[in-house]
Design a binder for this molecule. Sequence first.
Ligand code: CUK
Ligand code: CUA
Length: 631
Amino acid sequence: MTDTDITDERTDDASTAADERDPLFARIPRRDFMKAGAATGALTGLAGCTSLLSSEENATAAADVDASVPPGEHDEYYGFLSGGHSGEIRIYGIPSMRQLMRIPVFNRESARGYGFDDETRGMLEDAGGYTWGDTHHPRVSQTDNDYDGRWAFVNDKANGRMARIDLKYFETDAIVDVPNQQGTHGACCMLPDTKYVFGVGEFRVPMPNDGRDLDDPEKYTSTIAAIDPETMNVEWEVLVDGNMDNGDGGKNGRWFFATGYNSESAVTESGMSESDTDWVKAFDVPAIEEAVEAGEYEEIGGVPVVDGTRDSSLNEGDRSLVRYLDVSKSPHGVSVTPDGKYAIASGKLDPTCSVIDIEALGEVDDPNEAVVGRPSLGMGPLHTAYDGRGHAYTTLFIDSQVVKWDIEAAVEADAESEDPVVEKIDVHYNPGHLIAAESYTAEPAGDWLISLNKLSKDRFLPVGPVHPENDQLIYIGDDDAGMELVKDTPAYAEPHDASIVHKSKLEPASTYDPADLELDPVGVDDVDIQREDGRVDVKMTSQRNQFGFEDITVREGDEVTITVTNIETTADLLHSLAIPEHDVNIKLAPQETRKVTFTADEPGVYWMYCAFFCSALHLEMRSRLLVEPAE
Ligand code: CUK
Ligand code: CUA
């Protein structure tokens, strides 16, 4: 396969060929066309109802499996989906696929006041001051290889950052700008107990990237970063040859795995896919910790950086820090099986996945001997998820399918055998990640799987040239009946990875606990205005249907700080403090205190108002900000 094949999508091929016969055929890829044709036994007469047939097919599947969640009832699972270059995380209920909430992470977001109040704005500024990020891999913290409800983490591929989301309040509470990394791509937890969150550096750059070695790509490098989940400090990094892509931690506290697609150290697309093999790197975490402990590192960017390149003296002997396994070709996803036995890396530009025996890795002289299976699965394997019954499910980007296969059968079979394949199902279209319920834990639930498809083409009402992505819900709970496609869900750009967590493992708060907030709450008796040297300090409350002041008078040029507490105790009674023409809108959930600082630089009357529709007198919930002219 050449590197052009990856862009040569089969769906486009089919569309072009079909276009010449009838524009209607253009809407349905050849694969579906043939399947639908076989089902009716007649290709003639199809032209007028191709879309109909494919939706009938789905309706049949949906009828067999009950994924309905009646009005007023709750879903079984939380799905945490990344939002790609929107910079956010979305929460879905599963199996309904209803979008429950969006959590801004690297993006300023007015409806949640995120990046508007002093605290969150300061957090975004301290983390580099960028207004966007590229979230790919939301991973939820675990204890003893099971979700513990504390945090979710997500990377920023665009600016080399990692963020933490507090799962009591479902909000971003920390962001670290990872030194020495541009393009923090893979993200995952060190298991069993989330000792570290790993950030995997994708873009190779000079180290440090300060203008040296600009056009000397041989000297570019990338690192993995081990981040302490409590402090969000980067504890250490390991520098490697080639680039890295995705990562996953083993289940027993020893290994961490990363794929990479550029062992060539090239800077062009063709150069990066020249070689027939690339590496999976296996990091021996306790050995790395010992090296750090022994001072065998160089401090770069304020972080201990251990040399894990192939020629490093630390990689000699029987306790090498990083083992380089040759796998074919430009592997993309890597994920560890629920039992912790294997790490499975997907070939991307090769139709196989590589099955790595994790225990063997610590025993063999040549790490390549730990590759114990290489089933041939189809075109463009990208990511793999698990059902806990010994099956793996891998997305096939080019074939637009999900393939279910038997892991032990793949270890038994010859390399490149198709025998381990159990079943394939069409998805629509070109899937990236897929995620099964609790697949990243030791005990996946084995019922629901979501295929995160990059293209939706004809599946939804057209909304202009920017099409939604399509997240498809598939039932995998019945091995006899096989996989069943249950639901299409349009998604805003662009979910990459997801984590699915059973609802019993999270305990979200429904109002704020003032003890968890950094700011002291403002009570009814604390309402106050202080003025000093061009600074105005306002403390006030919000409550149906008033702010603590009817008027606030300041002078032109004053720096105004308003601290507000929503003193409601009733869940879901939110207010906001919006100030026209001052770029202010902070959200205030019950018992929440926030602070906002701005300059009153234009004289005039400004109606401060509440932007959440909170009661029948919501529209009347407003106060005046009076800015007196300076002279
Ligand atoms: S990546 Cu996007 S489809 Cu960032 Cu895990 Cu594979
Ligand atoms: Cu408070 Cu609307």
